[in-house]
Design a protein around this ligand. Structure first.
Ligand SMILES: Cc1cc2nc3c(=O)[nH]c(=O)nc-3n(C[C@H](O)[C@H](O)[C@H](O)COP(=O)(O)OP(=O)(O)OC[C@H]3O[C@@H](n4cnc5c(N)ncnc54)[C@H](O)[C@@H]3O)c2cc1C
Length: 399
């Protein structure tokens, strides 16, 4: 049995993890980040992803912490990785059809893929491929894999085992604590040669042996990785316009697991009369993420109650009537929430708006300054995106 990685789901724990990692965000990260020493040895990476994924700790918290401690050149590698997340989120936000396409492909493959024995062997870690089987079990038992292991695993899944990429992405979503619509889908697409069209990632035995310090020596891996193909995807659309929200309008604050840091979206000057935390397990894919999000919701409810001096309740099922009742109890007609990026929560909010309107209530979404600033730059490749960063970081005023 592998010792599970533990991710205590409070903002304080996330910030402690960040503070402990910050001294190592420079050259130690740059030189050591590709080594995967296994689940019991975190190595050079931060393991902050479950916190960042739910915004219990924000990208801004991390970047501000890094810049207070390191010159941006010294921590360039780490900053770039953090901005990969921002980039993927913005990229998908401007191309939501890529998420719908993944969901359709996953459902189609679930219904039609015939080789269930091969699929089961891959998910149970009984293929006989050294490393791959260990990562499958590590993922299920701990909810986390090192980035390099994720790349090797996805590559072997697609090019050696020739399993459908969408079922592999689904396997990750069902087990990762940091399971994320954008980072996961787009990374799998990248390995498969769909994201950067024609460019694939091939896992090799030498590379695996070297970066696992000899722990694994897989045999029989694919010698080539021929890119998968698909119909062309549409060009990026601008970020959706949001309906205006007036901070002086009395409102109920709705918090979802997509953004568990409303304190940095809504200043205390906002007329927030009460808060409801939506902790609906059906809006996540797997139990590890559900456990994390549930505990994080409790932490967030108590932070929010003291920050806004208001009542903060947890709603375990998205129920229009229960939300409307909470708004009426708070004597408000407006419900305000931080925007949810592409994924199940965004879909739920899209259904919720009209249903609340029928009850005379207005749902308003507010986009984080970070997202408004950076997401529009994700309209092309990552190289063009990261070119913009030095000028923004140099002025020292993070959004
Ligand atoms: C096939 C595949 C699937 C993935 N699925 C997810 C997922 O569902 N959720 C998820 O958060 N990340 C995903 N990643 C990205 C990356 O593997 C994880 O974010 C990273 O391993 C988390 O560990 P860490 O916090 O120690 O990272 P660190 O190296 O310490 O990086 C710090 C932070 O930067 C961000 N980050 C780092 N690398 C990446 C990257 N390549 N892409 C996007 N963001 C990054 C994360 O928020 C991370 O917490 C996936 C990568 C691959 C190859």
């Amino acid at each position: 049995m592998i010792v599970p990685s533990t991710f205590a789901a409070t903002r304080r724990d996330g910030l402690t993890r960040l503070a402990e990692f910050l001294p190592h965000a420079g050259s130690a990260y740059a030189s050591g980040r590709n080594m995967d020493h296994g689940p019991d040895h975190p190595g050079a990476v931060s393991r902050l992803s479950p916190y960042v994924r739910h915004r219990l700790v924000t990208e801004r918290d991390i970047v501000a912490g890094v810049m207070a401690r390191h010159h941006s050149d010294a921590a360039e590698k780490f900053l770039q990785e953090v901005f990969w997340r921002t980039y993927w989120k913005g990229w998908l936000e401007m191309r939501p059809a890529v998420w719908s396409r993944f969901v359709e492909e996953r459902d189609r493959q679930r219904d039609t893929f015939g080789d269930t024995a091969a699929l089961t062997a891959a998910e149970n870690g009984t293929t006989g491929i050294d490393g791959f089987d260990d990562w499958a079990r590590e993922l299920v038992e701990t909810g986390y894999l090192h980035n390099h292991a994720r790349m090797w695993f996805a590559s072997i899944w697609i090019f050696t085992l020739r399993l459908p990429w969408a079922l592999g992405a689904d396997f990750f979503l069902r087990h990762l604590v940091d399971a994320d619509a954008a980072s996961n889908t787009l990374s799998w697409r990248w390995v498969a040669g769909l994201q950067t069209v024609g460019k694939t990632y091939l896992a090799t035995a030498d590379n695996i042996t070297r970066f696992t310090n000899g722990r694994f020596k897989p045999k029989g891996l694919a010698k080539e990785a021929i890119a998968l193909t698909e119909p062309a995807i549409e060009a990026a659309a601008p970020l959706p316009e949001l309906l205006p929200y007036d901070a002086e309008t009395p409102a109920l604050l709705l918090i979802t697991h997509e953004d568990l840091n409303p304190e940095t979206v809504f200043p205390t000057s906002c007329a927030l009369k009460a808060a409801t935390l939506l902790a609906d397990p059906d809006l996540l894919w797997g139990d590890a993420a559900r456990r994390f999000a549930k505990a994080a919701a409790t932490d967030t409810a108590s932070r929010v109650a003291s920050q806004y001096k208001c009542k903060a309740d947890i709603l375990e099922k998205l129920d229009v009537d229960a939300l409307a009742a909470a708004a009426r109890a708070a004597r408000v007609k407006t419900i305000v929430t931080a925007t949810a990026p592409v994924g199940p929560v965004a879909d739920a909010l899209a259904r919720l708006g009209p249903a609340l309107a029928e009850q005379g209530l207005h749902l308003r979404q507010v986009r984080r300054a970070w997202d408004s600033q950076f997401w529009p730059f994700a309209n092309k490749g990552y190289f063009a995106f990261k070119e913009r960063l030095p000028a923004i970081l140099a002025n020292g005023r993070l959004p």
